[in-house]
Design a protein around this ligand. Sequence first.
Ligand code: ASP
Length: 436
Amino acid sequence: MNKVVTKFGGSSLADASQFKKVKEIILADDARRYVIPSAPGKRHGKDTKITDLLYLCHMHVETGISLEDVFKHIEERYTGIVNDLGLDLDISTYLDVVKKDIENGASKDYAASRGEYLNGIILANYLGYDFVDAKEVILFNEDGTLNSEETNKRLKDKLCKIERAVIPGFYGADEQGEIVTFSRGGSDVTGSLVAASINADLYENWTDVSGFLMADPRIVENPKTIGKITYKELRELSYMGASVLHEEAIFPVKEAGIPINIKNTNLPEDKGTIIVQDTENEKCKTITGIAGKKNFTVISIEKAMMNNELGFCRKVLSILEMNNISFENMPAGIDTVCLVIADSELKKKKDIVIEEIRRSCNPDSIVVHPNMAMIATVGKGMAKNKGVAAKVFGALAKAKINIRMIDQGSSEMNILVGIENEDFERAIKSIYNAFN
Ligand code: ASP
């Protein structure tokens, strides 16, 4: 029998009516055997996620304020779900334990993790599936990083004996049994780890959108959905700001060669986006998506005969390292090298960095371009199709947008352009329109 791991995000489990949709989805395919829930998310724009309420409870206790008022909202949400679903489950006993633990000074991670834990208990009861506590199967090292090997082993050992289970997302435990969480949105990672451990045929990630869009819908009106994308393309797009899956969710399934399908709980018939290892023998569209970020500074360093000077770039980069600054990109020419650095990294260190480069590298000039935005036009298909770059630059020229920097990685999968912050939205729209 096929094995499908399904992860449901917070909005998919925000209330009883969403739980009903989730059950229908799970029952529609017998292969959907392992289910990873998030904590209840927002029911509407002004609502608050349970996870945020739990963090707030923890903060209240830390600062000596009573958690009573906030915890009431949490209780209402969960008892509401249980009652509306008509479950024979005494969720108040579980809620009381959580409340007491937080009141008695349980850790921040413990508090946050209870959103998924309680939702997992409810969902397992509703589906008639076993409940597997993530603290038994997801192991973290002392430094807070995941112990992938042991996690994989524990998941495998546990799940080979259980045909159908609910495993709450977002958390695990360290060797001492103390709860540790992933970073926000981490249920995606749990789903990916479970899928890899049982060598699933598919990892379904159910959310409230029908897959990834080719561009940010706040900028481009009704952008097309991406039907299929490779892990690498997705990595490039999410790195450049397209908020999709949790970054760490890609690696476990990618290594195991398991595709991910992003699906919409509210429109389950929509195909969504499928993320695959490769699209080698398929006809690729020239571009897959466009994403970008604002607020970069480009430091452009020029020195005649730089190409002959051994160790020039090493010196420049060690200055960044010493100042604890990570750079985004480093396009270079024969006599020039540019450092593209996010403003949040450079902060107030710009003058120091420039002074140190001047002193130790003795360049002919250093020019600083602030207020830059970077836009990535990503697509595996561009390697095989001529004229993609011409189309990108043509579109920007037509929109009278000045390109300050160009970089195309050797993977021929990404054309990166640096433009002024103020041209950002117009640039994305014009590139999108050129290809659609
Ligand atoms: N509930 C957690 C969060 O809000 C984790 C998740 O939803 O994946 O970040």
